[in-house]
Design a protein around this ligand. Structure first.
Ligand code: DSN
Length: 417
């Protein structure tokens, strides 16, 4: 019996059940992944016991002989993977990374311009319910009504109208590659700081399957747990000239002590991300997403922008009249986990919007290839055709579980080892 099982059988049992769920279901949530055993071990290490406010060589507590080395290794690896001038690995997650960036460059009431949330942006890019929309004057740009892609003339027009102090590019539900050079030009024209939130696609950038925003942006933020396949955390990459402002904004501006166990796990994930195997992974993610897109298109589904260039796709269910929430819940009962999602120009409410979002990062980590994505697309279509047939959903869940046995997921079993 392991320690957790002995001292807290209730939480032990729940974690075991979650392991089973992650093993038995096809996980298509576009922001999720499976980390390696090594990342899991670093996350669950003694580094969680340490406090280390400050930065390597400049700490407020003693006993940093080892932690300084851990953080320095993490920073060096991130710099190498992304060719970044300066890196801060301390943000607790993506939202604090973005808020710290605003803190570094903005005063309350300054204008930020980002992609509208229903058009694929993120809460922290200026949504009214977020601190980013409450403490700053948040303006947004939208995708083109026809193509559902960005129209850079429109982005430029919005920037000229509202003159942002900071221009945000990046998304959490947009299936196409952004033109970072065009964003840079627009930022320069209006004198804005240019920030890219690459949280969703940073793993693809690391693996060479997506253009890098780093040469264009003043600041790049990313979580470390999505396509990058690291621990729950985040980092900020910036030009040297902004290093002091970013570091000061993260600590002491926004946060206290960094999560050193996460820092170590980021270092581990970055070593993995620098490998040839990770390059193969990143390219396979894109191939898998494209195959799933094609499978669904062939079955008559409507995809926002007609397909994908990255790891995710957004199915527009508005013409079907179906509740996306009902679809997502039925798919979950059938062993396919994804989320209902707003689509551009959505006429439905955010709690039951017009689309469903899916991504290929997690299934690719467990070894799914193109033929497996065809299997996934076939199941999704079959379930959507029989949403109320509980016996069919249960049968499908059993079939999915059996199929998943061929693809042992990385990182699972760590707790029980
Ligand atoms: N909530 C995350 C996502 O699923 O995209 C982004 O923060």
């Amino acid at each position: 019996m392991n320690a957790l099982q002995a001292t807290d059988p209730e939480i032990h049992a729940l974690i075991c059940q979650e392991e089973e769920r992650q093993s038995d279901k096809i996980r298509l949530i576009a922001s999720e992944n499976y980390v390696s055993n090594s990342v899991m071990q670093a996350t669950g290490s003694v580094l969680t016991n340490k406090y280390s406010e400050g930065y390597p060589g400049k700490r407020y507590y003693e006993g940093q002989q080892i932690i300084d080395q851990v953080e320095s290794v993490a920073i060096a690896r991130v710099k190498a993977v992304f060719a970044a001038e300066h890196v801060n690995v301390q943000p607790y997650s993506g939202s604090p990374a973005n808020i710290a960036t605003y803190l570094a460059f903005l005063q309350p009431g300054d204008t930020i311009l980002g992609m509208a949330l229903p058009h694929g942006g993120h809460l922290t890019h200026g949504a009214p319910v977020s601190i980013s929309g409450r403490y700053f004057r948040a303006e947004s740009y939208s995708v083109d009504p026809e193509s559902k892609r960005l129209d850079y003339d429109q982005v430029r027009k919005r920037a000229l109208e509202c003159r942002p102090r900071l221009l945000v590019a990046g998304h959490s539900a947009h299936p196409r590659i952004l033109d970072f050079a065009k964003f840079r030009q627009i930022a320069d024209e209006v004198g804005a700081i240019f920030m890219v939130d690459m949280a969703h696609f940073s793993g693809l950038v690391a693996g060479g399957a997506h253009p890098s925003p780093v040469p264009y942006a003043d600041v790049v933020t990313t979580t470390t747990h999505k396509s990058l396949r690291g621990p729950r955390g985040a980092m900020i990459l910036c030009r040297d000239q902004y290093a002091a402002a970013i570091d000061k904004a993260v600590f002491p501006g926004l946060q206290g002590g960094p999560h050193d166990h996460t820092t170590a796990a980021i270092a581990v994930a970055m070593k993995e991300a620098a490998s040839d195997a990770f390059k193969d992974y990143a390219h396979q993610v894109v191939k898998n997403a494209r195959t799933l897109a094609k499978t669904l298109l062939d079955k008559g589904f409507n995809l926002v922008t007609g397909g994908t260039d990255n790891h995710l796709l957004l199915v527009d269910l508005s013409a079907t009249g179906l509740s996306s929430k009902k679809v997502a819940k039925a798919l979950d009962r059938a062993g396919i986990v994804l989320n209902y999602n707003t689509i551009p120009f959505d006429t439905r409410k955010p709690t039951d919007p017009g689309g469903i979002r899916m991504g290929a990062c997690a299934v690719t980590s467990r070894g799914f290839k193109e033929k497996d994505m065809v299997f996934v697309g076939d199941i999704i279509a079959a379930v959507i055709a029989r949403l109320d047939d509980e016996a069919f959903l249960a049968k499908t869940a059993a079939h999915v579980k059996e199929y998943c046995r061929q693809f042992p997921a990385p990182g699972l079993g760590h707790l029980l080892a």
